[in-house]
Design a protein around this ligand. Structure first.
Ligand code: T46
Length: 142
């Protein structure tokens, strides 16, 4: 989960979860607002076909935390000025994705299960799926 950017990571905020380990193995539990917001929705992405890039959008309000609970994948994050990539490969690490961040996910390992914790219910109107539109909306916020 190392940011690949040569600059200091400003977009790739990572949360390190505490594993409750014993001789049987490990467990991570998240309660209430431990990820920075009340969790309203959980989904997971799996069986991603080789070579596929997912995401390719931003969210106007949604905040999320993504965890590669198995396997690995790469996130590209873009706030309209800076881009960073981060490889997720550790089930005890969550990537915080704030609102108004363009994201692209790629290089999924065949066994990757990407768990996503979301601050809101699914709402297609919250998606910005056109990059130029994303840039316009980011500029308008500045
Ligand atoms: C994100 C990245 C990390 C639902 O019906 N409910 C849901 O909660 C979600 C997330 C998706 N869907 C439907 C909408 C599409 O028909 O599932 C299908 C695949 O969704 P999408 O193409 O948006 O998947 P990704 O992998 O491109 O993006 C997803 C999330 O949508 C997005 O919020 O940040 O994962």
């Amino acid at each position: 989960m190392t940011p690949d950017s040569h600059e200091a990571a400003v977009l790739a905020q990572l949360i390190h979860f505490t594993p409750r380990g014993d001789e049987r193995g490990s467990l991570v539990a998240l309660e209430d607002c431990e990820v920075g917001f009340p969790i309203r929705r959980v989904y997971h992405i799996f069986h991603t076909a080789p070579g596929v890039t997912r995401g390719l959008h931003a969210h106007r309000d949604l905040r999320q935390v993504a965890v590669a609970v198995t396997g690995s994948c790469t996130f590209l994050l873009d706030n309209g000025r800076t881009r960073e990539t981060v490889r997720l490969d550790d089930p005890t690490v969550g990537l915080v994705i704030q609102s108004m961040i363009w994201r692209e996910m790629s290089d999924f390992s065949p066994d990757c299960v990407l768990l996503v914790l979301a601050s809101h219910n699914y709402d297609e109107s919250d998606y910005i799926r056109d990059y130029d539109q994303f840039r316009r909306e980011v500029s308008a916020l500045a």
